[in-house]
Design a protein around this ligand. Structure first.
Ligand code: GUN
Length: 290
C-alpha cells in the first residue's frame, strides 16, 4: 500500500503557483486576490477558511475574509456579493457553505459572477465543466484529479465507483472521471444513499478506483473492496475523542489498497490547492495572461 500524499502534491502545486505570481508581480502587475465570505459560526468552516487564507499567502495572493453574523438576510448577502462582483480588485470570490437555514444556498451560488466563481459551483461553470469546456472546476473534484495525475495513477479505461452525489464532490468527480478531461476516460458508477446495499457491494467489489464522500466514519470496510483498489477518501469526520478520520476504515482497508489517501493530509489539502489553481486562472483571465 502506498499513500497518495495530498500535502506533498498540494505543496508542489502551490510552489509552482507562487513562482508564476512572483513573475507577474515582477512585471508590474498586482497580486491575485481572493475574497472569502463566511456567514455565522460553524467550526468546520472556520478551519477550512483558515487553511484557504493561509494558502493564499503561500501562493503569493492577497485575500480578504468578510465575516457576517448569522442574522444577515439573504438580500443583504446578495447585495454584498453584487458589490464584490463589481470590484475589479477581486479575482475570485467564495461564499463558504453551509449558509444559515434562512438563506437559500442556490440563490447565493447563482449570484456570484461566473468569472469570479473559483468554487466552480455556478450553473455556468458546472455546465461548462460537464460539457468539457474551459471552466472553473469544483475544487475537491479537481484536486482529486490533480492528485491522481501527480502519482501517475492510470484512470483511462478503469472502473471507478463514486459514492455520494453532492453537487460539491460526488457529482462533479463522476463527470470529470468519465469525460475526456486531463484525467478521465474511466467508466464511472455513481452510487448514493438510495443505492441498495447489494448493488453497492457488487459495484465496490469490482471497482479499480473508489471515491467515497458520504461523511460517515468507517463506511468503507475491507470486505467491500478488491485487492489493489485505489481508494480516494473525501470524508473529514471529527470523532468524539477529537480525532479526524475519513469515510474509510483505514487500518483494515489500506492493507488491500494499491494506493490510498490519508485523512488528514489527503484530499483536504488538494481541495485548497485546486482552489489556488482556480484563483490563478481567474487572475490570468482578468489580465489576458492565458
Ligand atoms: N463547504 C464545504 N466544502 C466547500 C467548498 O469547496 N466551497 C465552499 N464555498 N464551501 C464549502
Amino acid at each position: 500500500m502506498k499513500l497518495l500524499d495530498g500535502k506533498k502534491c498540494a505543496e508542489s502545486l502551490i510552489t509552482d503557483i507562487s513562482r508564476r505570481v512572483a513573475a507577474y508581480v515582477g512585471s508590474g502587475l498586482r497580486k491575485p486576490h481572493m475574497t472569502v465570505i463566511l456567514v455565522g459560526e460553524h467550526a468546520p468552516s472556520e478551519s477550512y477558511v483558515k487553511s484557504k487564507i493561509t494558502s493564499c499567502a503561500r501562493a503569493g495572493f492577497e485575500s480578504a475574509l468578510l465575516r457576517f453574523p448569522e442574522s444577515i438576510t439573504e438580500s443583504e448577502l446578495l447585495a454584498k456579493i453584487a458589490e464584490i462582483n463589481a470590484d475589479p480588485a477581486t479575482d475570485g470570490l467564495i461564499v463558504q457553505l453551509p449558509v444559515p437555514k434562512h438563506i437559500n444556498p442556490q440563490n447565493i451560488i447563482n449570484a456570484i459572477d461566473p468569472d469570479k466563481d473559483i468554487d466552480g459551483f455556478h450553473p455556468t461553470n458546472f455546465g461548462r465543466m460537464t460539457l468539457g469546456q474551459k471552466a472553473f472546476r469544483p475544487a475537491t473534484a479537481y484536486g482529486i484529479c490533480k492528485l491522481l495525475q501527480f502519482y501517475e495513477i492510470p484512470v483511462k479505461g478503469k472502473h471507478c465507483v463514486v459514492i455520494g452525489r453532492s453537487n460539491i464532490v460526488g457529482k462533479p468527480i463522476s463527470i470529470m472521471l468519465s469525460n475526456d478531461f486531463e484525467i478521465g476516460n474511466a467508466t464511472v458508477t455513481l452510487a448514493h444513499i438510495e443505492t441498495p446495499r447489494e448493488l453497492l457491494l457488487d459495484e465496490t467489489r469490482r471497482a479499480d478506483i473508489i471515491v467515497v464522500a458520504v461523511g460517515i466514519p468507517g463506511f468503507i470496510t475491507e470486505d467491500m473492496v478488491k485487492d489493489g483498489v485505489v481508494m480516494i477518501d473525501v470524508g473529514i469526520n471529527r470523532l468524539d475523542n477529537g480525532k479526524l478520520v475519513g469515510d474509510v476504515d483505514f487500518e483494515n482497508v489500506s492493507k488491500k489498497c494499491s494506493w490510498i489517501t490519508p485523512v488528514p493530509g489527503g484530499v483536504g489539502r488538494m481541495t485548497v490547492a485546486a482552489l489556488m489553481v482556480n484563483t490563478l486562472m481567474a487572475y490570468q483571465n482578468n489580465f489576458d495572461l492565458l
